[in-house]
Design a protein around this ligand. Structure first.
Ligand SMILES: Cc1cc2nc3c(=O)[nH]c(=O)nc-3n(C[C@H](O)[C@H](O)[C@H](O)COP(=O)(O)O)c2cc1C
Length: 434
């Protein structure tokens, strides 16, 4: 009997992706860096936040809808940009269709495998993502192409320091998929006939190019060619970011902010939104989990710009936790990549349904009728949970503060003091049950 293609958790989608994909492709999605501390903390930290559910007074109707950078979405989960190279022949177009069918936004990476025009045709609510790479003229040309294709927002991703090396080994990825590469990869690829078949049916092989970085009249660079250009580009200043924001002129998200001082500078640069992100644990290893840093950043700038979070979201309950600590919405990366690998577009829809269902259960159990009612009081938050980076003066954790004063640590996370006008999340993130 054919196995049911539907899966009930993101963990099951990941198991299926691991089985289906050649190990080099699977390894490229696992990604991470060095010891993998950040990638583990991104997921593990969510487990430290514990629900404080009600038993009666639940609401029969619950509203999960919101907006991100002016775009209405049916629930607060959007697609984070990833280069979906070689996972599935329909790549980002399948992801975009799935996001459209579930009423949410597609984030398209400039390193993606599909042209922006095809992706916006599948979902009119698409944000185009760029790194600070190439000349200003090249950046303008790329964003103008995205604008002409109908992209409604620009995501500028800055949290990348070209660290490489993983203790568990990095996947071998060829520069070009030519006959020699196919021969070399055969032992890795042949044991995965289902994956091969999805490509064989289309008559195409993964080409590992970045079509959205094609210069006018030129050829699409290879993924590594594009990466090389990025490495050679002098890193941006805050003035460069303000220039980029102005050159785009529309809704603009800065992705990768973790520190309060950077969040403040992002506000000064005129951004519409920031994503509290550590690139899914792929950048500087031992950066804290994003959920640990969210609350302080949201306190700092959350009433001036939109704050979203990405990193470690695998369940609807994770979404509820992020919203409770000040996120307007979350972005997902690996979760949809596992779904795409497991079952194409339907797999991505499956993942989005899992997250929506889990979020709805959380809202129900907490006795709310809307996601906007979520607050830190819905959870027990351990005293050492919070991380505040880039505060002036530096913030201390609750246990450091108690060591200094000789008093015992409070039963709640100590958040940095914030001016009243900025407080969007109750400053005393507390143990709800206490
Ligand atoms: C395989 C892979 C490729 C990625 N490529 C990009 C990219 O091209 N641009 C970008 O801004 N972020 C990229 N990211 C980071 C994601 O947008 C997102 O920040 C991260 O995956 C969130 O963590 P999660 O995977 O735990 O959900 C990538 C992440 C992964 C895992």
């Amino acid at each position: 009997m054919a196995r049911n293609a539907w899966f009930e958790t993101v963990a099951e989608a990941q198991r299926r992706a691991k089985k289906r994909l050649p190990s080099s492709v699977y390894g490229a999605l696992v990604a991470g860096s060095e010891r993998g501390l950040t990638i583990d903390d991104n997921m593990g930290a969510f487990a430290e936040l514990q629900f404080a559910p009600h038993v009666a007074g639940h609401k029969a109707e619950r509203d999960l809808s919101t907006t991100v950078m002016g775009i209405p979405i049916s629930f607060p989960v959007i697609i984070s940009p990833t280069g979906v190279q070689a996972v599935h022949p329909e790549g980002e177009v399948a992801v975009s269709r799935a996001a459209n069918n579930r009423g949410t936004i597609m984030g398209l990476s400039s390193f993606a495998s599909k042209p922006v025009e095809e992706v916006t045709a599948a979902n009119p609510n698409t944000f185009f993502q760029m790194y600070w790479s190439g000349t200003r003229d090249a950046m303008v040309q790329r964003m103008e192409r995205a604008r002409a294709a109908g992209a409604k927002g620009l995501i500028s991703t800055l949290d990348w320091s070209f660290s490489n090396g993983r203790d568990w080994g990095s996947p071998q990825i060829p520069e070009k998929v030519n006959l020699k590469a196919i021969w070399d990869l055969a032992p890795n690829v042949l044991p995965h006939p289902k994956w091969l078949w999805t490509f064989a049916k289309t008559g195409r092989i993964p080409d590992l190019t970045a079509p959205n970085l094609t210069p006018p009249g030129g050829e699409a660079p290879t993924f590594f060619g594009a990466y090389y250009e990025w490495m050679q580009t002098p890193p941006p200043t805050w003035e460069d970011i303000a220039w980029l924001r102005e050159a785009w002129g529309g809704p603009f998200m800065l992705k990768g902010v973790t520190r309060l001082d950077d969040a403040r500078r992002a506000v000064d640069a005129g951004v519409t939104a920031i994503s509290v992100s550590n690139h899914g644990g792929n950048n500087l290893d031992s950066t804290p989990a994003t959920i640990r840093m969210l609350s302080s950043v949201a306190h700092e700038v959350g009433d001036e710009i939109e704050v979203v979070l990405d990193g470690g979201i695998r369940r609807g309950s994770d979404v509820a936790k992020a919203l409770a600590l000040g996120a307007r919405a979350v972005m997902i990366g690996r979760a949809y990549l596992w779904g795409l690998a497991a079952n194409g577009q339907a797999g991505v829809e499956n993942v989005l349904d899992i997250l929506r269902g889990g979020l709805d259960s959380a809202i129900l159990g907490l006795g709310h009728s809307s996601i906007h009612e979520l607050s830190p009081n819905d959870f027990y938050i351990p005293p050492t949970f919070q991380r505040t980076l880039g505060a002036n003066p530096p913030a201390r954790t609750a246990s450091e503060a108690s060591e200094a004063t000789g008093e015992s640590a409070p039963a709640a996370t100590t958040l940095p003091p914030v001016p009243e006008r900025r407080a969007r999340v109750a400053p005393k993130a507390t143990a709800a049950a206490s």
